[in-house]
Ligand binder design. Structure first.
Ligand code: ZN
Ligand code: ZN
Length: 251
């Protein structure tokens, strides 16, 4: 793949994300930019972003032309959304192939995102939606590969299996500290939701008491370096469905 900005060959580098998995992102050694698959920038920690953005580019000259997506060749517009501060530039493929962060922008974005989360936490102001801090995803229901694919429907004798991807986005884990994480996800229809922990904790948290599509839970007093397992319970049209288990580990 070629760099969206300077069209030099991109090289894949491995990063560890906040949920403990490793992923590849594409780095341009010429201009220092990074092309990252959709959604993934939300999982990268501030520290990882700092390391990744410490790459020394060969050139600081950025072309005046708009970047183009290395996968589809479409012009990548910059994200105009209050998720990205006005002083930070992030480009995104209109066909949702990924986001391009010119040199330094990944670190600046992650720092701003973290500050916004801290601000809400410190002032006790609930985030209106997880998507006020997360890089938006245009086609959020195309992430079936990240999901446990089956939802077990409970409460009926006849077992019905529903594809999880038809009901919700994969939950995003945003660590605030080694003892606190935010869990966020969206449902396709407005729903009441709760999260039941089955490992690391045995507790059920109500996430959304009224029917809505964006769901956010802050879980505190966790143990550092611990794996947690949970299921999401979704009340859709008066029926309760439970997802397959998800896991995350605290830093
Ligand atoms: Zn480049
Ligand atoms: Zn594209």
């Amino acid at each position: 793949m070629d760099c969206p900005h300077c069209h030099q060959l991109l090289s894949a580098i491995e990063v560890e994300t906040s949920d403990g998995h490793t992923h590849n992102i594409e780095e341009c050694l010429n201009c220092g930019g990074h092309f990252i698959e959709p959604y993934l920038s939300n999982f990268i920690t501030v520290e990882t972003a700092r390391n990744v953005d410490s790459v020394l580019p060969k050139t600081h000259a950025v072309p005046a032309t708009s970047p183009v997506c290395p996968k589809c060749g479409q012009i990548m517009p910059s994200i105009k959304d209050d998720v990205v501060p006005q002083t930070v530039t992030v480009f995104t493929c209109p066909n949702n192939h990924g986001d391009f962060f010119p040199k330094e922008q990944l670190f600046l974005f992650k720092r701003a995102q973290q500050s916004k989360i801290y601000y809400h936490k410190l002032w006790g102001i609930p985030l209106k939606s997880a998507f006020s801090v997360l890089i938006p995803v245009l086609v959020i229901f195309s992430f079936a590969t990240l999901l446990p694919s089956i939802i077990e429907q409970v409460g009926t004798s006849q077992e019905t299996r529903i594809k999880a991807s038809e009901i919700l986005t994969p939950p995003l884990i945003t660590p605030i500290s080694s003892t606190q994480v935010l869990i966020s996800f969206s449902t396709q229809k407005p729903a009441k939701t709760s999260i039941q922990f089955t490992q690391g904790l045995t507790q059920t948290f109500t996430v959304s008491t009224t029917r809505q599509t964006n769901h956010l839970l802050s879980v505190e007093n966790l143990e550092p370096s611990t794996t947690y397992r949970y299921v999401i319970i979704i009340d859709v049209d008066g029926r309760s469905v439970t997802t397959s288990p998800y896991t995350f580990s605290t830093p």
